[in-house]
Design a protein around this ligand. Structure first.
Ligand SMILES: Nc1ncnc2c1ncn2[C@@H]1O[C@H](COP(=O)(O)OP(=O)(O)OP(=O)(O)O)[C@@H](O)[C@H]1O
Ligand SMILES: [Mg+2]
Length: 255
């Protein structure tokens, strides 16, 4: 099967810091793939490079067989890759529905003139986008909080809303950066169900970074362990748990 995402020999250096160094990874369609490793291992840098925020120092990133490492972030988002951020990035003063609406703007079929004058296609497009946003919230069982101010939501709901926003442009692949960060054990298990549900409902491939091992081991079909910008091991959750590499990565090697 052709991988949906194929990263080959990727490096990203910041001056003398080798944040990513000769990193390769291949994600199959419909997989839930985990990327784990200690703080500073380079996980978020990989997401930022996939989504075009950083240009790679070297290497290739292919999405559905097309090179994307030379593309701009908005082009990558529109080509079918959604993402969430490690630090929640919501418009806290706006409502839940407005947050999703803004994230769907890339779908809008009107030009700047029509937007400024609110003429032509603008009204129709605005109505369509609002409907889409409501439909998405309904599919995610978030419709009953559509009018709530995003900043007033409990933290776990804000994390869900971040995921809802990442789905606004109908992606086929989503990158989740620590979706369970800051959640308690009950909330993180609810999040596992939520991610499993959207994975099926939206026929998604998911690449996720996560420190909560219960979430990773429950959800992921395959895992890569990263340390100092390099792969130190990979395998199924069972395989990874049986090797000492995770413990070594997090706690250091015993002499
Ligand atoms: N824009 C940048 N400029 C300079 N150094 C950076 C930049 N972004 C990341 N780094 C460095 O790259 C390394 C990897 O950082 P990164 O944020 O990717 O780690 P991470 O695995 O996501 O860690 P965490 O689990 O704490 O989120 C760190 O040493 C970090 O300081
Ligand atoms: Mg990070």
């Amino acid at each position: 099967m052709t991988p949906i995402l194929e990263i080959q020999n990727l490096s990203k250096h910041f001056g003398g810091v080798k944040a990513i160094n000769d990193f390769s990874l291949s994600v199959e369609p419909h997989q839930i793939y985990g990327l784990i490793g200690p703080n500073g291992a380079g996980k978020t840098t990989i997401f930022n490079t996939i989504t075009g925020i950083y240009k790679p120092t070297a290497g290739s990133i292919k999405f559905e067989d097309k090179e994307i490492s030379n593309k701009m972030p908005f082009q990558i988002a529109q080509s079918g890759i959604g993402r969430t951020f490690q630090n929640i990035r919501l418009f806290t003063n706006l409502s839940v529905i407005e947050n999703v609406y803004i994230a769907s703007q890339g779908m809008a079929k009107y030009n700047l003139f029509e937007a400024v004058t609110r003429m032509g296609n603008f009204g129709k497009a605005e109505k369509e986008l609002t409907e889409r946003a409501y439909n998405l919230l309904e599919l995610l069982n978030l419709a009953d909080i559509a009018k709530k101010q995003a900043g007033s939501l409990p933290y776990a709901h804000q994390r869900r809303l971040e995921i809802a926003r990442s789905l606004a442009l109908n992606p086929r692949l989503i990158l989740l950066d620590e979706p369970a960060a800051g959640t308690n054990p009950d909330e993180s298990m609810e999040l596992v169900d939520f991610i499993r549900e959207i994975h099926e409902k939206f026929n998604l491939t998911i690449l996720m970074i996560e420190h909560h091992m219960d979430v990773v081991m429950n959800l992921c079909h395959y895992i890569t362990v990263l340390n100092f910008g390099q792969v130190i091991c990979h395998g199924t959750p069972d395989e990874v748990q049986k090797t000492p590499c995770v413990i070594e990565a997090y706690l250091g090697k015993e002499d």
